[in-house]
Ligand binder design. Structure first.
Ligand code: LRH
Ligand code: MN
Ligand code: MN
Length: 388
């Protein structure tokens, strides 16, 4: 097996994008638990995300969700971010909180509603120009609740048509990423339910359209690493929304429910050339910290991703290939498990210190006084998405 020293240089290539909405109040359809100190506006969300990056060195960009993060002056938001050492990342559109979209947005039978949804995406693309963002991420709540409610095939055709109009506006250095989800909020059929549907649409759009894989958006038991391998093989994996789940789209801390699955996913990412700055695959988080504190929740998440990345990089590739080619079933499996069971935490702590970062970012946060300060300073914050 390679040593930690062998793989350490590759760890510097890791960049994880934080979701702005993870810092605001969020919850479930049953209850949004308010927390003291949550941001009152997008500027404060960026400040919190920058704190995560300052303590971990892992999270140099922040994704925005429009209209949750709508501001008058995006150039000011961008310089605010840059002054705190981070950049603005993916722009997420939102066509799931408007009464007009009750029966669909870009798939709606009424051309006026479709145009409104397309115009929203045009607005997002304009914002990308100001924020310097590369990716427009589209997740659609579109679908139906009852068989016969609408024509599934016609909706696919309307979807293709709307996406083509949006894609036409995407700049030369920008990308469109289409996220899929198998159900919720629609319960009978969803218009982009799976990677195959997303792939069919982005393949038809062109070279700058990709699939976004949210780890929480699959049926239980789905082999997600297989999807990763296939999309990388097809050159169409654009980004991840990392989180973890026990049941459905639980949006829990990535790696909390099943660290082994996270390891297996990252292993395929590395194997397929999806890891590193030039890979074109964005590692994003999409989580809601409903009961735990927001900033430590994000710190825990990025550290989990880093730990599983280190373990995936530790796999002895030559030994694995040799065992696979020799048909050595147990030997090949052992090569993987040796890496998976390696506790990289002490080595990572030392490595962090050697780079001027705290050995224990969670402890450093607790001792920094930042939480006490935001709780005292920010009165009345509940901005940011699910709670809004
Ligand atoms: C949908 C989703 C999508 C949204 C986010 C808030 O479940 O994963 O990425 O933009 O949640
Ligand atoms: Mn998502
Ligand atoms: Mn989701």
């Amino acid at each position: 097996m390679p040593s930690f020293g062998d793989i350490a240089p590759r760890l510097t290539e890791q960049a994880i994008e934080l979701p702005s909405w993870a810092f605001g109040n969020s919850g479930t359809r049953f209850k949004v638990f308010g927390q003291a100190g949550v941001p009152r506006d997008p500027f404060e969300k960026i400040a919190d995300a920058a704190k995560v990056h300052e303590l971990t060195g892992l999270a140099p960009t922040v994704a925005l969700h429009i209209p949750w993060d709508k501001v008058d002056d995006y150039a000011a938001l961008r310089s605010h971010a840059e002054s705190l050492g981070v950049g603005l990342g993916t722009i997420n559109s939102n066509t799931f909180q408007d009464d007009d979209y009750k029966l669909g947005s870009v798939t709606h039978a009424d051309p006026k509603v479709r145009q409104k949804a397309i115009d929203h995406h045009f607005e997002c693309i304009d914002i990308m120009g100001e924020t310097g963002s590369r990716d427009l991420k589209i997740w659609l709540a579109d679908g139906t609740n009852y068989p016969g409610q609408d024509d599934i095939r016609a909706r696919q055709d309307r979807l293709a048509d709307s996406l083509a109009k949006i894609y036409e506006r995407i700049g030369e250095h920008q990308r469109l990423v289409l996220e899929y989800k198998f159900f919720e909020p629609a319960f009978y059929h969803t218009d982009v339910p799976d990677w195959g549907t997303s792939y069919a649409h982005v393949a038809a759009l062109g070279d700058r359209a990709f699939v976004c894989l949210d780890t929480g958006h699959h049926a239980p038991g789905t082999n997600i690493e297989f999807i990763v391998a296939q999309l990388l093989r097809l050159g169409k994996l654009g980004s991840f929304d990392f989180n973890s789940r026990f049941y459905a789209d639980d949006d829990l801390i990535v790696g909390a429910a099943d660290p082994f699955q996270l390891f297996r996913i990252i292993l395929e990412v590395v194997r397929g050339g999806g890891y590193g700055a030039d890979s074109g695959v964005a590692f994003m988080l999409d989580q809601c910290h409903n009961i735990e504190k927001k900033i430590p929740g994000q710190i825990r998440s990025v550290l989990n991703v880093q730990e599983m990345t280190a373990r995936a990089l530790l796999v002895d590739r030559d030994a694995l290939t040799a065992a696979q080619n020799a048909g050595d079933v147990l030997g090949a499996n052992e090569v993987l498990m040796d890496a998976f069971y390696t506790d990289v935490r002490p080595a990572l702590a030392e490595w962090r210190e050697s780079r001027g970062l705290p050995a224990n970012p969670l402890r450093a946060y607790a001792e920094s006084g930042y939480q006490e300060k935001i709780e005292a300073d920010r009165v009345g914050g509940d901005q940011a998405g699910w709670g809004a």
